[in-house]
Design a protein around this ligand. Structure first.
Ligand SMILES: [Fe+2]
Ligand SMILES: [Fe+2]
Length: 193
């Protein structure tokens, strides 16, 4: 893996100052959550720091990068370029930042859309991305509270907020987000019975 200082420097160059600060905050939030929920702190830190590394690539650059590494986007992702940076971010993390841990790479890949069967690390990065201290939207305080006490409730709330936001904006909903939402809802319901 690339030396952490070099990785940090590279990130600060490819991201805007605001996005770089967001990434640092996501890594700190992810580390806090990893401590609470007993996960690998270093993995949470790295995944959080690198998760948006492809955020400022153009559409063409993202398509080229995917081609270079033999990666195929699913159709719904191609229809919604705003989410492509997550897939491409995982490719860059692997091939340009030298991160070879599949758990970290998947946490980057699924940080925007989520999927069924999310690992705890994937959930933490998904939540930390929405709950980091710079975020300011209705419901963020409740999400922050849940993110300190109940990983699945926090994940469900993050998915719910994301769906609500995207429906209001008439954005495309990736089916994997709905699958993740239904999965958590069903699991929680079964727990209640
Ligand atoms: Fe992102
Ligand atoms: Fe982000």
């Amino acid at each position: 893996m690339m030396d952490i200082a070099l990785l940090d420097e590279k990130l600060s160059k490819v991201l805007s100052e605001k996005r770089y600060t967001h990434s640092v905050y996501v890594s700190h939030t992810a580390v806090d959550m990893a401590k609470i929920f007993g996960l690998d702190i270093k993995k949470a830190f790295l995944a959080g720091l690198v998760h948006d590394c492809a955020k400022y690539m153009s559409y063409d650059e993202m398509i080229d990068t995917a081609k270079r590494y033999g990666y195929t986007f699913d159709g719904m992702t191609l229809a919604c370029p705003g989410i492509m940076h997550a897939d491409v971010g995982a490719l860059l993390a692997q091939y340009e930042y030298g991160i070879d841990d599949t758990g970290i790479l998947d946490a980057i890949r699924y940080h925007t859309v989520a999927r069924e069967g999310m690992t705890s690390l994937e959930k933490i990065i998904y939540i930390a991305d929405m709950a980091e201290p710079m975020r300011d939207f209705d419901g963020v305080d409740r999400l922050r509270e849940l993110s300190k006490s109940d990983l699945d409730k926090a994940f469900f709330e993050a998915l719910r907020l994301s769906l609500e936001f995207n429906i209001k904006k008439k954005n495309i909903i990736h089916p994997n987000t709905l699958l993740a939402y239904n999965e958590v809802l069903i699991n929680t319901r079964e727990e209640k019975q």
